[in-house]
Design a protein around this ligand. Structure first.
Ligand SMILES: [Zn+2]
Length: 562
């Protein structure tokens, strides 16, 4: 026999009697939720050389146990594909972790004491900068410069709101930015004013840029430092893929540096920032950046457009007016501008990721995708719209028709103070009964993906998953769902956070489900989510997160049963 024939003979012998590789990890004896429609449930999984080597019953898995295999019992626990968070801000969010972070201040007294403490702790810092004040803590979501002057009298102070669509500044910051009663509102922004027309201290949407241009800018190193913390936080919540929802070139550079150093514990897709004023001239630059910054685990393949703002600040674009101001709110682009930029981005092969909250904003986005399809022809584009607080009933079926993914932040879908105090009074009961229509979009055949929008809200997917199946405060007592027709099942929302997330990023052949040959991106939970009361889902612990078969959170040795 020639050498080649011997090789072929050996290979066919191997094909007849496959000797299973000795696995690095074998999970067995419990619940494996696979997100694979061909085999939705299993009791055992083997992982070898970074890939899923086996999915099935315990007897079959035992053949994969070799000398060095870590064997992890699943009894009472649950193994599922690593979570995929399809909309969050890990770079800016991570950088804010080093500033005066107000996200846990649930009363005005707590917030005031916290800002005083931040200023006192850092007497040499030229600016006091922070983030995370909750809009409902202030009448009409409108804090004043006088209050901030009393807390930080000696230096400029700038505090971004929790939702990122408003900023609160003191008199020194206003003066440095040159904002006076004579300053007109900028495009896509509003300067809140007192009864005399003087700036009152709150800036909406792009009016924030009047101040941020005089604030010391972030550096790539600030973002690298922040990303190390935010990505580790993601791993601790079982997240293995993230979509960075708004990246400028400083952020792209930070990701490039981490990825080329092999320091990304996560697959990351980035949506690059689109300037609504710059038109189609920017598409070539974005395409060049897509190539320049791409790496092993980092792919900047999406383009981010803000169609509108948020209801709480009266900056969401509505089809019918707000009940108090009687206007319909601003959109950031005209329909013509939206159609033109989406069509150009679609033609250049981008996935377009649009922020839309009001029902007119959502329609503007859907119309843009329809225009792109008319101009460029239908393709497997996987564009998406994020947030979707309001969708007109007529527009619900268009997600399925246009193949546009519905990117929901299901953690927001209950009657919290944002809904009760700032939304229901300005929308009225009928529109308020149709907020966050996750169930409606799912029933109409649309594909749901899930995202946290961190640092706007908690990054823990289990909190959002619980709210999707309860539509109640995740930390409150059980009881009837708010707007129950918009509930989805646990299987549906887990799919949103796994296989649908992989689909959204064109990586469903590699991740998103537990199937032989796929990357071993896995999360092990301390409890079986299908076996516990729904109001306990949020408190379930993550025991282990694997990325490409390597632990990025938790200690497998501590779980080894051998
Ligand atoms: Zn966002």
């Amino acid at each position: 026999m020639t050498g080649r024939r011997i090789l072929v003979a050996l290979m066919s012998l191997a094909a007849c009697t496959p000797a299973p590789p000795s696995a690095d990890y074998v999970f067995l004896g419990g619940t494996v939720w696979t997100a694979d429609s061909a085999r939705p449930r299993a009791s055992a999984v083997a992982v070898a050389r970074g890939r899923i080597a086996y999915v099935g019953d315990d007897a079959g898995a035992k053949a994969f146990i070799g000398k060095g295999t870590v064997v992890i019992p699943l009894a009472g626990r649950m193994l599922l594909p690593g979570f995929e968070d399809s909309h969050l801000h890990p770079a800016t969010g991570g950088a804010w972790l080093y500033d005066c972070l107000l996200v846990d201040d649930t009363s005005r007294a707590m917030l005031v004491a916290h800002i005083r403490r931040c200023a006192a702790d850092d007497p040499k810092r030229p600016w006091i900068i922070g983030r995370g004040w909750a809009l409902p803590l202030f009448p009409a979501a409108n804090p004043t410069r006088e209050l901030l002057d009393s807390l930080v009298p000696d230096r400029p102070a700038y505090f971004r709101a929790a939702d990122g669509h408003s900023a609160w500044v003191n008199s020194r910051a206003l003066a440095l930015a040159g904002i006076t009663s004579k300053t007109p509102d900028p495009p896509r922004g509003r300067i809140e004013r007192d009864a005399h027309g003087a700036p009152s201290g709150t800036l909406r949407e792009d009016a924030e840029a009047l101040v941020t241009r005089v604030v010391p800018p972030r550096t790539p190193e600030d973002y690298e430092r922040g990303l190390k913390r935010s990505l580790a936080l993601g791993n601790s919540f079982g997240i293995t893929t993230m979509t960075e929802a708004d990246a400028d070139t400083t952020i792209l550079e930070a990701f490039r540096v981490l990825d080329s150093a092999g320091a990304l514990p996560m697959r990351v897709v980035a949506a690059m920032h689109v300037d609504p004023a710059a038109g189609t001239a920017q598409v070539a630059r974005l395409a060049a950046q897509r190539t320049r910054y791409a790496g092993k685990r980092f792919r900047p393949v999406q383009a981010k457009i803000y169609a509108d703002g948020v209801v709480e600040a009266h900056t969401a674009a509505l089809l019918e007016p707000y009940l108090d101001t009687h206007d319909r709110g601003p959109a950031n682009l005209t329909p013509g501008q939206m159609d033109t930029i989406v069509t150009a981005l679609d033609r250049a092969g981008f996935q377009v990721h649009i922020h839309a909250i009001g029902d007119r904003g959502v329609r503007l986005a859907l119309d843009g995708f329809a225009a792109a399809r008319r101009a460029n022809g239908a393709r497997d584009a996987r564009h998406q719209i994020a947030h979707l607080e309001m969708i007109d009933t007529l527009d619900v079926p268009r997600f399925a028709q246009l193949g546009v993914l519905a990117n929901f932040q299901s953690l927001w879908a209950y009657r919290d103070s944002y809904v009760r105090d700032l939304t229901e009074p300005v929308l009225g009961p009928e529109r308020s009964s149709r907020l966050y229509p996750i169930g409606s979009v799912a029933r109409s055949g649309g594909t749901i993906v899930g995202g946290s929008d961190w640092l706007v809200s908690s990054m823990n997917p289990l909190e959002a998953i619980q709210v999707a199946v309860t539509r109640r405060d995740p930390f409150g007592a059980p009881g009837p769902a708010w707007t129950p027709k918009e509930l989805v099942t646990l299987d549906q929302i887990l799919a949103a956070y796994t296989i649908n997330g992989a689909f959204a990023n064109f990586q469903e052949r590699e991740t998103g489900s537990i199937a032989v040959g796929k990357a071993a991106d896995l999360v092990l939970l301390g409890r079986d989510l299908f076996a516990i009361p729904p109001n306990e889902i949020h408190a379930t612990k993550v025991l282990l997160t694997l990325l490409d078969g390597r632990p990025v959170y938790g200690d497998p040795a501590a779980l080894n049963a051998r």
